[in-house]
Design a protein around this ligand. Structure first.
Ligand SMILES: Cc1ncc(COP(=O)(O)O)c(C=O)c1O
Length: 385
């Protein structure tokens, strides 16, 4: 958000900025969603709804995840004001001082922050860079204690693009079930998986671990509906009602006519969603090709999301000693917005988003290449020691 603020400032000053920082698809929202929401407004669907979300939307979401084998019904669903609110409400409902939540890092910034806001401890467990930051059960299991209340994974992962395998999710679910903890899986990027990788969803484990697994999802990224603020969680009715109790004092229901748009998307899969995923696959190839040409920049192909998380530490020097300084330098000197790895608990890397247009991606990467070529890697630039 600090990067976005600076981008807005520079643009106000008339500086051309190529934004590879924002995690927001450049596509418009699907026509079906827009017209259904407009119809809902025309028909006067402008009042409070049931707190947990409209029956149609809850049923539609339960049915979507039943396709993964989950025994979920409408009562297992809470519609929230974005996935961010779903995670926040879970944290507020379930955690208190002394509780621990185990999570892999790098992690999306809000996950540890929300745990801390609830007074609990975020136990961050670094995943191995050499393994592409793949989300592995073993190190997470090793960090669990009698105080562990939940394990939160985000697969595919923002910022690394790494995924968890079904086997790893199952091992985590079994360990959580044994301790009476929850396995919360944020699957906001479920549609963005490439190169033959498959998305493994905790929905497939809900039949075996009905009290343990909680799925969090969103309409924001899959359908380019970021501004609609619609997310959800699915899990045991006790978890749904605990999170709903928090929601009742924070937002009440999600926006009525926005939910009408989401209902339409679930009834009839809009072609725009597949087009967005295909555009991201194409942009990912082009970004990886360009990154491969940059000296001193190392990036394992990320299986999912619309982010790459290259190691740029070879470029660090006294002038530009860390990822925040490197990102700032790219913005101020090349007019390219990126996000420093330190924001995600991982120094040495930056996050590049390819949810932007092809033109922005191409021009942004050209600018970065030109800047780095001008600075030159090596002799005298590396930090002493
Ligand atoms: C991993 C992850 N979870 C959740 C969210 C929040 O999504 P929403 O727009 O539904 O609140 C984001 C947004 O960037 C995200 O990256």
């Amino acid at each position: 958000m600090a990067v976005s603020r600076r981008v807005a400032e520079l643009r106000r000053e008339g500086v051309e900025v190529f934004d590879l920082g924002a995690g927001e698809p450049d596509f418009p929202s699907p026509e079906t969603a827009v017209s259904a929401a407009q119809r809902a407004l025309d028909e006067g669907r402008t009042k409070y709804t049931v707190l947990e979300g409209t029956p149609e939307l809850r049923a539609g979401l339960a049915s979507r995840y039943r396709a993964h084998g989950a025994p979920w019904r409408a009562a297992n669903v809470l519609v929230t004001v974005g996935a961010k609110a779903a995670l926040y409400e879970l944290a507020q409902a379930l955690l208190s001082a002394g509780d621990e939540v185990v999570m892999p890092t790098p992690a999306w910034v809000s996950i540890p922050a929300q745990v801390r806001l609830a007074g609990a401890t975020a136990v961050t467990v670094p995943m191995a860079a050499g393994d592409g930051f793949a989300i592995r059960a073993q190190p997470l299991l090793g960090a669990m204690s009698e105080r562990t209340r939940a394990v939160i994974v985000n697969t595919p992962c923002n910022p690394t693009g790494a995924v968890a395998s079904m086997l790893d999710l199952e091992r985590l679910a079994a360990a959580c079930a044994e301790r009476g903890a929850l396995l919360i899986s944020d699957e906001t990027y479920e549609r963005f998986v490439y190169d033959g990788w498959r998305h493994a969803s905790v929905a497939s484990l809900a039949a075996a671990y009905p009290e343990t697994v909680v799925l969090v999802g969103s309409f924001s990224k899959s359908y380019a509906m970021t501004g609609w603020r619609l997310g959800y969680l699915l899990g045991a009715p006790s978890v749904v009602s605990a999170a709903a109790a928090v929601q009742s004092h924070v937002t009440s229901n999600a926006t009525s006519f926005a939910m009408a748009g989401a209902e339409a998307v679930l009834r009839c899969e809009p072609p725009e969603a597949a087009a967005l995923a295909a555009a991201c696959a194409r942009r990912r190839r082009s970004l990886l090709r360009e990154l491969g040409r940059l000296p001193g920049v190392v990036c394992a192909p990320p299986p999912g999301t619309f982010y790459a998380f290259p190691d740029v530490s070879a470029w660090f020097d006294d002038w530009c000693p860390d990822s925040a300084a490197f990102s700032r330098c790219l913005l101020e000197e090349a007019g390219v917005a990126t996000t420093p790895g330190s924001a995600f608990g991982c120094e040495g890397h930056i996050r590049l988003s390819y949810a932007c247009s092809d033109e922005v991606l191409t021009s942004g990467m050209e600018r970065i290449a030109r800047l780095l070529r001008g600075r030159g890697l090596g002799a005298g630039r590396r930090r002493a020691g």
